[in-house]
Design a protein around this ligand. Structure first.
Ligand code: ATP
Length: 239
């Protein structure tokens, strides 16, 4: 497997406080990689800085190319998309328009291309097709998360970064959303999934990283982490 995305000695500070400390992390092509860890461990900070939304030190490499100054523009142009924790949908706009906005920045292409891409997204999320004319604010929590992911997919990313897609969703819906996330592999999309819901995330991921107070405490195949005594005791409750 070729590394698609790599962070080395990656650190992020808020003023004098270092929230992410010398992280090494890799996502190979076709992989689903999860970052789990407690509240405040630095997961969101890691993802936002990796997307170029926050200043960082260390190295960010995409498909073998070192990105000298990670910025949102540089990352988007190289096929990275982020679905933020708050989902940031336009509630007063229909599902279709929310989707069209997702492809806007990367592809200043014709309407035909956008329609084609939207049909591909609808094939992944048939529910969005049924709801295409509905205002985003009228969707259920699970549907809103699917719309946020669908909107990011409109840019045809190679790497999708997801921040806590399970947040606020009922367990059954979490499963449904994460199953779709794991199916993205077959659409040529690799995934970096940040989750507090460690069990659900490890069940769909290939590999995992455990982040504790800004540093990687443990890493390995997701199945091994699911059966690791330290992970079971700390993150999985009665496993
Ligand atoms: P959660 O799951 O609660 O989102 P997290 O693992 O994503 O947690 P972060 O939100 O990245 O953790 O926070 C990491 C650390 O950085 C915490 O100690 C937090 O208080 C601090 N932090 C986050 N945002 C800021 C900010 N804008 N300014 C200063 N410190 C911050």
């Amino acid at each position: 497997m070729n590394p698609l995305f790599e962070l080395q000695d990656f650190s992020v500070a808020y003023g004098a406080v270092e929230a992410v400390h010398s992280v090494a992390l890799r996502v190979d092509e076709g992989e689903i990689v999860t970052v789990i860890g407690p509240n405040g461990a630095g997961k969101t900070t890691l993802l936002c800085a990796a997307m170029g939304l926050l200043p960082s030190t260390g190295s960010v490499t995409l498909a073998g190319e070192r990105i000298a100054r990670p910025s949102v523009e540089a990352m988007v142009a190289r096929g990275v998309a982020l679905v933020p924790e708050r989902r940031e949908l336009f509630g007063e706009m229909p599902v279709e328009d929310n989707l069209l906005l997702g492809g806007f920045y990367r592809w200043r292409t014709g309407r035909r291309d956008q329609r084609e891409r939207m049909e591909e997204v609808f094939a992944i999320f048939p529910r969005l097709k049924e709801r295409r004319a509905q205002l985003a604010s009228t969707l259920s929590g699970g549907e809103r998360q699917m719309l946020a992911i669908g909107r990011a997919l409109m840019a045809r990313p190679k790497l999708l970064m997801l921040d806590e897609p399970s947040l606020g969703l009922a367990p059954l819906i979490v499963r449904e959303v994460l199953n779709v996330v794991s199916s993205l592999r077959s659409h040529g999309v690799s995934v970096l999934l940040v989750e507090q819901n460690a069990r659900a995330a490890l069940q769909v991921a290939d590999r995992g990283y455990v982040l504790e107070t800004g540093a990687v405490a443990l890493t390995g195949p997701a199945q091994a982490l699911l059966h690791d005594r330290r992970i079971i005791d700390t993150y999985l409750g009665l496993g």
